[in-house]
Design a protein around this ligand. Structure first.
Ligand code: SF4
Ligand code: SF4
Length: 434
């Protein structure tokens, strides 16, 4: 009974803190602009391919397969965690065993996956700490990014070790049942069957409490770390764009104005509504991004696949698409609490543009979309980059000289070249005279 009371209190406390953290992030999301998602059917199929079948991750044969196995393993092990919580609340051991065959299949899969995940985590750890993987480095990868990753790997390691010991000890206490539910760990469990039942039970309980304690700790660290992608990656893929990557979203108001200019009759057919708030062109700071842009930054795993495939970065330019996401998240974390407290007019004389992301980085982008193509959680960096360039061009007229010349030519000559429209057919003069 005491165990139940302690467990219920710890569970309520952990979920309460998690709820607070998630609500805080939701309140940040509400500060952003709207985003149009594509058709539901297309989004579901994209989620199945990219998130569930891990098609992007699997492009890399060895490390990709390990990552995909960890993802699938976590889905299976989540079922075990759910059972632990129900067990803790009800005081019943293996409370979901009434599911019969399904329970057996999930328990056996969980047993196998616990070892696969443990091995994968060791490989990831060795790779991070002892091998210098280029895509884990970069100006945006601060010391905290690395310690964050190593800490999370350590917690997952403890989770798997305690889970494996729970299955071994459970098998040692009831070998017949162990062989049915945990075929791998029962092999180890048979070496402990001679131990006193009380000792086995105590050891099992120590692992059980450590396991659930680490789950509660981990889930509450996630919203504040890069590992928040554990929660965000699947929804982020679900809400990702369904149009071709190169297609840029137009600004509705500008599109309307242009249409009216082309056909003034439209103004009489559909009179324009009064504008309540002056719209900002493009993105200067976090209030100007869409909720999907902010969600992208929360889903970023900091894996560096985008930066490793970016031609601007590879050729030594300042731009790193991963940095764009890290900066957006950091700026939101810095500014949003003040906006929530002091209202939308809050100004700290800083902005995402320039204080975090420089114009040099933005103009280095070729909008090739390689980053968005490579990103395993379908983050769209070029959209953010183009939105910020829009602000520079439309609000500050701060485009690079070469572009300004082109804009002037389009305005004056109707073409990007410095020639008068009347001279367009001069090239044909010789043809007619000959
Ligand atoms: S944006 Fe995507 S590819 Fe780039 S680091 Fe983040 S998760 Fe990885
Ligand atoms: S779209 Fe821009 S940021 Fe992305 S890979 Fe191409 S150059 Fe780099």
């Amino acid at each position: 009974m005491i165990k139940q009371i302690v467990f219920i209190t710890a569970t309520i406390l952990s979920f309460g803190i998690l709820g607070y953290s998630l609500l805080r992030i939701y309140s940040f999301l509400k500060l952003t602009k709207s985003h149009k998602s594509g058709p539901l059917g297309k989004r579901i199929s994209k989620t199945l391919f990219v998130a569930l079948f891990q098609t992007k991750i699997l492009r890399r044969p060895v490390i990709g397969v390990l990552h995909a196995l960890v993802f699938w393993g976590f889905i299976v092990i989540l079922f075990g965690s759910l059972e632990i919580i129900i067990d803790g609340f009800t005081g019943i051991e293996k409370s979901l065993s009434s599911l019969g065959f399904v329970y057996h299949v999930i328990s056996i899969s969980g047993d196998v996956f616990s070892w696969i995940i443990l091995i994968a985590i060791c490989v990831f750890f060795v790779r991070r700490v002892f091998l210098s993987v280029k895509r884990f480095e970069g100006i945006e990868m601060k010391r905290r990014s690395h310690s964050d990753a190593n800490f999370a790997l350590s917690l997952i390691f403890i989770l798997m070790v305690t889970l494996i010991w729970m299955n071994i000890l459970s098998s040692a206490m009831n070998l017949e049942e162990g062989k049915l539910l945990y075929p791998i760990n029962a092999l180890f469990g048979q070496f402990f069957t001679s131990l006193d039942h009380t000792i086995l039970l105590r050891a099992y309980e120590i692992n059980w409490w450590t396991h659930i304690g680490v789950i509660f700790l981990f889930m509450n660290i996630l919203p504040y770390s890069k590992h928040f992608h554990v929660f965000m990656s699947v929804p982020n893929v679900f809400f990702s764009r369904t149009e071709p990557l190169g297609k840029l979203p137009n600004m509705d108001n500008i599109t309307k104005e242009v249409k009216l200019m082309m056909d003034p009759n439209l103004a009489f057919a559909a009179p324009t509504e009064p504008v309540s708030e002056i719209e900002r062109f493009g993105v200067k700071d976090v209030e100007d991004v869409t909720w999907k842009n902010y969600m992208d930054s929360l889903a970023c795993t900091q894996c560096g696949r985008c930066t490793a495939s970016c031609p601007a970065n590879i050729t030594g330019k300042m731009l790193s698409p991963r940095k764009i996401m890290i900066d957006l998240r950091a700026r939101m974390k810095e500014k949003a609490p003040h906006i929530l407290k002091e209202g939308k007019g809050y100004n700290d004389n800083k902005s995402l543009l320039r204080d975090y992301i420089t114009t040099e980085e933005l103009w280095a982008c070729t909008t090739c979309n390689a980053c968005a193509q490579e990103c395993p959680v379908n983050i769209n960096h070029p959209e953010m980059i183009v939105f910020m360039r829009r602000f520079l061009v439309m609000e500050e007229s701060a485009a690079p000289t070469g572009l300004n010349v082109m804009f002037t030519n389009i305005e004056n000559n109707g073409a990007p070249w410095p020639f008068s429209p009347e001279d367009r057919l001069l090239w044909a003069n010789d043809l007619t005279t000959n």
